[in-house]
Design a protein around this ligand. Structure first.
Ligand code: PRT
Ligand code: MG
Length: 219
């Protein structure tokens, strides 16, 4: 494949990557919210955007389905823990977009501190099972992890779990569901990820793009 293929996910990552693309002179010619196309053209013949699930971005880049992509540190860290490293992925830039944090949250009436202190087993629902496993292992807290794929906030409200490990940005979703953030695990922003082979083979195309992104990052 000549030219460059960039993997993005719909929603905040796509929206917040647009200004960086613009800084590199790249305009996306269709809106992923209304277009049914999975491959979006740009004003550059040599640059196309593939729209994938947020958690699939590292996989596309790792195996060369895309030359580069934008992925949250949550997704990258979870996958690196699961695979024992981030193989074939070069992460040259923290783009400082789509910022949030990974936190532990519980119902307001659950005494998390006491449960931890007493060494009780805690049931934790999350899609970030590896990040959660490591976090609680580091603290010496016994947990039973329940893997979920959506709406983690529902778990403590239904008795599925006592705690969740999820992303928090404004805290509005937790508040709306009467949950409280009891611990912050890590700060999250999105990274530029580049396929390591592409970095060598397509250096002349990639370098100017990486440099343009780097100068457009907002602190
Ligand atoms: O939605 P889908 O299941 O397809 O995939 P996804 O949820 O992984 O994708 P998307 O687009 O929602 O998120 C992509 C990336 O954006 C994540 O991997 C994070 O790196 C980053 N990001 C930044 C966030 C948030 N902020 C965020 N607030 N991702 C999700 N949220 C959700 C959070 O899960 C919770 O349900 O928003 C809710 C909390 O937001 P507040 O503002 O109410 O606290
Ligand atoms: Mg989502």
């Amino acid at each position: 494949m000549t030219g460059l293929t960039l993997a993005l996910s719909k929603g905040r990552i796509f929206e917040e990557t647009l200004p960086l693309l613009r800084a590199a002179g790249i305009e996306v010619l269709e809106d992923p919210e209304t277009s049914r196309k999975l491959i979006l053209p740009t004003n550059h013949d040599g640059v196309r955007i593939v729209m994938v699930r947020a958690s699939d971005v590292p996989t596309y880049v790792q195996y060369g389905g895309a030359d580069l992509g934008v992925a949250g540190r949550d997704v990258l860290h979870e996958q690196a823990l699961a695979q024992g490293g981030s193989h074939g992925l070069y992460q040259p830039l923290d783009l400082k977009i789509a910022r949030c944090r990974v936190s532990v949250a519980t119902r307001a009436d659950f005494d998390y501190a006491a449960a931890v202190k007493q060494g009780s087993r805690i049931r934790v629902a999350t899609k970030y099972t590896e990040i959660a496993r490591q976090h609680f292992a580091d603290k010496g807290v016994h947990v039973d992890l329940i893997k979920l794929y959506g709406s983690m906030e529902l778990a403590p409200l239904t008795g599925l779990a006592e705690a969740i490990v999820d992303l928090v940005s404004t805290g509005g979703t937790l508040r709306a569901n009467k949950l409280v953030e009891v611990e912050q695990i890590m700060d999250i922003s999105s990274r530029l990820v580049v396929n390591q082979a592409a970095l060598k083979l397509k250096r002349d195309l990639l370098r100017p793009l990486i440099d343009a992104f780097a100068s457009a990052i907002q602190p």
